[in-house]
Design a protein around this ligand. Structure first.
Ligand code: ADP
Length: 612
């Protein structure tokens, strides 16, 4: 070995010899010739190295994955022999610095450190070794609360930097770097700081990864168990709810807070179509259930249960709406917030069937009643004729019987007309009819009854009344109904005036009929109700009737594109006014705009009108 030798070769040779010494000291006693030889060679090489460095210090650092000599990378750490790597990693040494003048004994002490259980530094100090110094790694220093070591790659000139050379800013940078890395990379960074030994790093990483995995798996398992339990509970609840719903005889529809369909049982599907098609649709948008329940979204939105039942809206009849109101349950969550509702739509098909049967029954019944009544009346009239004329006692009795059969007949006519209207079977043949004639005909047929009750019945026709476009027979019947009411509710000595007039310009296109009486009149609050079916308002005087007369009358007027209005003052009398369209000529009859109540809904107007 000469002075001109490549310094790196000297370094390599020293590393080789020192590694050999590390191995041999484990095998032989310190005075074994092999050991002695290695130490001597090591000492000689160190002397040469010191010379090559002009008396400077010689430092060997293992940092991350490299071995550096005086800050110059020499070899990859994984290429180093284990004995050397273990010395660094076991004592968390980062750099070993050799000052000039290291002896063979100094080297022996360094080699013997590897078997020592305590601190390496203390071991060397105890033996008075001063020419070899150890710098523990940064993390070792931090852990020990000691001043920090020089950066791993510090050149030899800075081999003994001032404590704290690793600045707070550098720590900050590293903390930031770690925080930005993935867990695995961050761990690797930390581990590499803890030990430069690649094998050791690998081992620690494996241990840490296994630990992490184990703990995460345990946490995940715990969480999954909770989710499973919850899922099972929800599934059980659902199965229970579904089986209750399915086994119910009524159709059940569950909607969310916006009225969107969530669930339906087979019975509801049979009425409205399959759930697959309807799910998510708003219950109010379904034409299939137009006549069934419809608990509207607006009602569901209300936070107050009382309000909800009051606001339940149905597109079906009033009776149906009432049923639905009773069959709608509001679903609230644990906080009492409304999250949906369950409605049980009454089977509209069944209800309609029953309604139809009822109508048919009434039509047949009244028809059957009428035939014997006509025969009875005819027989009574014959008997009355044969009884010897007025003045005869029998004649008086017979006349009362005849009047009663007439009354009975008119009640039957009312019911029949009503059931025809209900089933849409009442047909109108509209043509030109002189208003005056219509009024006269109605008055003529009611005169006898008015005079028998001591009521004056007058007819008046104003000038310029245009003929009406009407079914004459039905329009006469309209006036007869109004006159008969007027007779019923006007006391003896009162007057009923039936007239026709052209009306005002504002109502051009109509001719008017009025039936005015000075009878008991109708209270303001009852005036809106009396056109409804089966409504009879208290009038003080007990009179017969069905409460159908005005409902039928109004239906007949509206069906001919006419209007009916009432003005009345209790105690002073009532005036019913009927407006009928003016006849415009054959084929010229305009299609009259239907009155508002008819336009309101698309369903047959007469159903709406009759509250069906
Ligand atoms: P009804 O066939 O029982 O007479 P309507 O529908 O014809 O039934 O009449 C309904 C109610 O309207 C009657 O019970 C009565 O109270 C009231 N009413 C109808 N017309 C008159 C009138 N001219 N004067 C006073 N009240 C009347």
């Amino acid at each position: 070995m000469t002075e001109t030798q490549d310094p790196k070769l000297l370094w390599f040779n020293f590393l080789k010899i020192f590694t050999r010494a590390l191995v041999q000291i484990n095998l032989y006693k310190p005075d074994h010739p092999q050991v002695k030889l290695a130490l001597e060679e090591g000492q000689a090489l160190l002397a040469q190295i010191a010379d090559s460095l002009s008396g400077g210090e010689f430092s060997i650092t293992i940092d991350n994955d490299k071995l550096l000599v005086n800050g110059i990378a020499l070899v990859a750490a994984d290429k180093l022999p284990n004995s050397l790597k273990n010395l660094y990693s076991k004592f968390r040494i980062q750099t070993i610095t050799f000052s000039p003048g290291v002896t063979g004994d100094d080297l022996l002490a360094l080699a013997q450190v590897q078997a020592f259980k305590g601190e390496a530094k203390a071991f060397l100090k105890e033996r008075g070794i001063e020419k070899i110094t150890l710098n523990e790694s940064v993390y070792a220093k931090v852990d020990a609360g000691q001043p920090q070591a020089a950066p791993a790659a510090a050149p030899a000139a800075q081999a003994a930097p001032a404590p704290g050379a690793r600045s707070a800013a550098a720590d900050e940078r590293m903390a930031k770097k770690i925080s930005e890395e993935t867990l695995e990379v961050a761990l690797a960074t930390v581990v590499s700081r803890a030990t430069p030994d690649a094998d050791e790093q690998k081992r620690i990483m494996e241990i840490l990864s296994a630990k992490f995995k184990e703990e995460i798996l345990a946490e995940v398992k715990k969480a999954i168990e909770v989710v499973h339990r919850e899922k099972k509970k929800v599934e059980n609840d659902m199965v229970r709810a579904e089986s209750v719903m399915t086994s119910m005889a009524d159709g059940v529809v569950v909607v969310d807070k916006d009225g969107k369909i969530l669930m339906m049982n087979p019975q509801a599907e049979a009425m409205s179509g399959p759930l697959a098609q309807l799910s998510g649709k708003k219950i109010v948008d379904l034409s299939q259930i137009e006549n069934q329940v419809v608990s509207l979204a607006r009602e569901i939105k209300s936070e107050n249960k009382e309000d909800i039942s009051r606001e339940v809206t149905s597109l079906g009849s009033a009776e149906l709406a009432e049923t639905v109101k009773k069959a709608t349950a509001i679903i609230q969550n644990e906080d009492g917030k409304i999250v949906g509702s369950v409605s049980m739509p009454t089977d509209a098909a069944k209800l309609k069937q029953v309604e139809k049967m009822q109508q048919e029954f009434i039509a047949n019944m009244t028809h059957e009643l009428r035939s014997p009544l006509t025969s009875i009346k005819a027989a009574l009239e014959i008997m009355s004729r044969d009884s010897g004329g007025p003045g005869n006692a029998a004649s008086g009795v017979l006349n009362t019987a005849i009047r009663n059969t007439e009354r009975l007949n008119s009640i039957i006519t009312d019911i029949l007309d009503f059931s025809k209207l209900q089933s849409g079977k009442l047909v109108f043949h509209q043509e030109s009819a002189a208003a005056e004639e219509v009024a006269n005909e109605a008055v003529d047929s009611m005169k006898a009854w008015a005079s028998s009750k001591g009521v004056n019945l007058l007819v008046r026709s104003g000038p310029g009344v245009l003929p009406v476009y009407a079914d004459k027979r039905r329009t006469v019947q309209v006036l007869i109904n109004l006159i008969s009411n007027a007779i019923k509710f006007t006391p003896q000595g009162g007057t009923i005036e039936v007239s026709s007039d052209p009306g005002t310009d504002a109502l051009a296109g109509f001719s008017f009929f009025s039936v005015k009486d000075n009878g008991c009149g109708i209270k303001k609050e009852d005036q809106g109700k009396i056109f409804e079916k089966f409504v009879q308002v208290a009038s003080g005087e007990k009179v017969g009737g069905t409460g159908l007369g005005l409902a039928i009358t109004k239906a007949m007027v509206v069906m001919q594109s006419g209007r009916i209005t009432l003005e009345s003052e209790p105690g002073r009398g009532s005036t019913f006014r009927v407006a009928m369209p003016v006849y415009k000529g054959q084929g010229e009859q305009p299609v009259f705009e239907q009155s508002p109540e008819v336009k309101e809904e698309a369903k047959p107007w007469w159903k709406k009108l009759l509250g069906l």
